[in-house]
Design a protein around this ligand. Sequence first.
Ligand code: SF4
Length: 236
Amino acid sequence: MGDAIFKQRSGYLGVGIVARCGILTPAQVSGLGELAQAVECRYCKLTTRQTLIFVIPETKLEDLRAGVAALGLRVGVFGEIVRNVKACAGNKDLCQRSLSDVFELGGEIQDRFMDRPTPCDFKIALAGCHRGCTDPLCADYGIIATGNDTYNVYLGGRGGSRKPIHARPIATGITGEGVINLLTFILERYDALAEPRERICNTIARVGLEPFLPPEDFLTRYRPQEENDFLAFAGF
Ligand code: SF4
């Protein structure tokens, strides 16, 4: 685990910069432009995980750190921890298909869980509807809105590898509060069940999904009553 600062073959440093679920204010955008020029940034790269990479001379690192902090942003982290949260354009200002405010929920999750140590890196993605623009089924913990403040949760996905894995459903129709409390439960189970540096999909492959499933009354507590009535009617 450490700061997301990587020496490149060119001798430059690549420095990861994280915003809250990838959202930047206009002041931060213009401030980043000025900062990029001040630190002689060669490229500003948008990443698939909604961070920015500044490629800078090594001598400018401390100036960049100070400038990033002054803008209310932070240098990213890497390694065996919960990473920054990836959330889609899912709120009423940004996507007309959004069923719930996933920025609000994603921001809360990032504030509470980012940097928490885990057996291996742990990635979270939220989507505001089943179209899943943030690939929640490729995340360790994927969240998809199904209605206003109701979500389905998926566990153990993995993208960007030679063997991509689809996450499996572990909860349906729970509230944002339930999503957060279920994440706490899952991370505790992951700590207890995983070998060192074992990605959660590999822990699931080794011990099965069952040991990660919360008791049903845990989930019932976080379902709106009508959702519980429907699940009882459907025989779940
Ligand atoms: S997942 Fe749905 S709500 Fe989110 S950006 Fe895509 S279409 Fe919009």
